[in-house]
Design a protein around this ligand. Structure first.
Ligand code: SIN
Length: 187
């Protein structure tokens, strides 16, 4: 899988006759909505865990010194909380560029807080993409995040925005909480 997924994503869904699509965001898409949306609702998906196992060559790092950003790892029974956006399919032109570094749109079942569900898409960077860094300890992840930076800014800012956004939503993600504690130790 190439590190540029724009073409692959364009070929994935045709959205024939569809004027609205749900998108589930679990990383920067929670706190950086730089796109038009019709509606936004806190939501969760089942069977996936958020992990800082994806490398970032284009936003929070460089190809030579990648940053570490969020992806989803298949994990039966796990819950990942985030934000769902109802968007028009044209918005994927922008999103595919933004998420081009290894992320592919995948179909997920989104559960809203009131119990409603909807089918939607989430950008997931799987273990077969070239930028994938994989599992390591949360203290290693924190040390990595503390030193990385890229065209979109410091890796640490990406992480902190996400940790703060989850707090605002009243959600606790043990992986995020553990990295945050490790980052506090680094100072
Ligand atoms: C997402 O936020 O849903 C995808 C990963 C990211 O852009 O941080």
């Amino acid at each position: 899988m190439s590190t540029n997924t724009i073409k692959a994503n364009r070929a994935l869904h045709r959205f024939d006759g569809q004027s609205e699509v749900w998108l589930f965001g679990y990383g920067s898409l929670i706190w950086k909505a730089d796109f038009e949306f019709i509606e936004r609702r806190p939501a969760r998906i089942e069977g996936w865990s958020r992990r800082f196992w994806q490398g970032s060559h284009d936003h929070r790092g460089t190809p030579e010194a990648p940053g570490r950003v969020a992806t989803l790892i298949a994990d039966p029974g796990a819950i990942c909380t985030g934000m769902a956006y109802l968007i028009s399919p044209e918005v994927f032109d922008h999103l595919d560029k933004r998420e081009k570094n290894g992320y592919l749109r995948e179909l997920v079942t989104i559960q809203f807080r009131d119990g409603d569900t909807a089918q939607g898409l989430a950008y997931i960077a799987g273990p077969d993409n070239e930028a994938f860094l994989g599992e390591t300890t949360e203290s290693d992840i924190a040390r990595h995040i503390a030193r990385a930076a890229g065209p979109s800014g410091f890796n640490r800012d990406y992480f902190q925005h996400l940790a703060d956004a989850l707090r605002e939503l009243g959600e606790v993600d043990p992986h995020i909480a553990a990295i945050e504690r490790e980052l506090e130790k680094i100072g």
